[in-house]
Ligand binder design. Structure first.
Ligand SMILES: Cc1cc2nc3c(=O)[nH]c(=O)nc-3n(C[C@H](O)[C@H](O)[C@H](O)COP(=O)(O)OP(=O)(O)OC[C@H]3O[C@@H](n4cnc5c(N)ncnc54)[C@H](O)[C@@H]3O)c2cc1C
Length: 293
């Protein structure tokens, strides 16, 4: 299922100077399989089981690893900007599931980029990303996620942290040229360290820390017609939503998605089943002794 590499060139969608691969017979046909109805109680209808290989690893900022993955399963893969894949990460003898936004995808070449924040908490996904090497394989399910650009909006406002910058940047790059947009980028790692979205000239990027964000949002009264997209740490998303609603934004104009919880409110691990390559023997979402998310 993974691309066999010999003369066809494979490069990161993002960085032309990454390690190159080749393949003798041109890109193979996709072999991705739809998620069977009986898996995840049918909740992931429309998603596919994917088998991916790491073909590039790059530190695009001290705290951000760009992981480039290739697979025949990604050839012709359809998704909308802002969607993600649910990955299964090995960690000792356990397996953990985490979601990562598709930062870029080239469906002709079957290559996709993901930007993983190397955060201080160092959970299983971060530990994997910090040591990821070309040639490793991961299983995933996708596309996931239902957030997309609001087509009737006259301007767009993004409030995101580092975990959600890939989603905001992918959506900003999908805006029609000239569409006004503002992105409030909350980071504890330092402003402007990671690469900005390509070709978004009507976008204003504001880098700030959390305290400055709250102050700014307290005074913000978005114009009618603004759509807001709030993604990131749960508390940040909730607070931003409350402040924007208080500032006069319609609830209908807000799309929010908590990406993670930090601190004591963090959810307890639960046992789940993923194990894509064991699909025939594990088809439910609740009893795998090795899997946690
Ligand atoms: C739809 C969706 C899309 C996402 N897309 C991306 C993406 O493109 N890039 C990306 O980097 N992440 C993304 N995330 C977040 C990602 O799924 C993980 O939650 C995150 O990387 C942490 O996983 P982990 O296994 O390293 O840590 P966990 O096991 O989840 O957490 C371990 C410990 O670290 C703490 N912690 C977790 N994250 C942070 C943090 N950022 N800062 C400080 N402490 C933290 C936790 O509170 C916990 O104590 C996305 C999440 C969702 C739901």
């Amino acid at each position: 299922m993974i691309l066999r590499l010999s003369t066809h060139r494979i490069q990161s969608v993002a960085t032309p100077h990454m390690k190159e691969y080749s393949m003798s017979e041109g890109p193979p046909a996709s072999t991705r399989r739809p998620v069977p109805d009986e898996m995840f109680s049918g909740r992931l209808k429309g998603s596919y089981l994917l088998d991916l290989e790491v073909v590039g690893v790059d530190d695009v900022a001290p705290h951000v690893r760009l992981i480039t993955m290739a697979s025949s399963d990604l050839v012709g893969f359809e998704y909308t900007p802002g969607q993600d894949l649910l990955f299964e990460f090995p960690d000792g003898d356990l397996t953990f599931r985490r979601r990562y936004t598709i930062r870029r995808l080239d469906p002709a070449a079957g290559i996709a980029d993901f930007e993983i924040e190397i955060h201080d908490g160092r959970g299983p996904a971060t530990r994997w990303a910090a040591k990821a090497e070309v040639g490793e394989h991961l299983e995933a399910i996708g596309p996931r996620g239902g957030i997309s650009l609001r087509p009737t909006a006259t301007s767009h406002l993004f409030v995101v942290d580092d975990s959600a910058m890939p989603a905001a940047f992918a959506l900003l790059e999908a805006l029609a040229a000239g569409t006004p947009a503002t992105a409030l980028l909350v980071t504890s790692h330092g402003a402007k360290l990671r690469p900005a979205p390509a070709g978004a000239p009507a976008t204003s990027l504001v880098w700030l820390d959390q305290a400055d964000l709250l102050e700014m949002l307290s005074d913000l009264h978005p114009a009618a017609g603004t759509a807001a997209y709030l993604f990131g740490e749960r508390h940040l998303v909730r607070t931003a939503e409350e402040l924007l609603l208080a500032g006069g934004l319609d609830r209908d104009a807000v799309a929010s998605k908590p990406h993670l919880a930090t601190g004591p409110a963090q959810r307890q691990p639960r046992r789940t089943v993923f194990q894509l390559n064991l699909g025939s023997s594990r088809t439910d979402g609740g009893s795998c002794p090795r899997c946690r998310s």
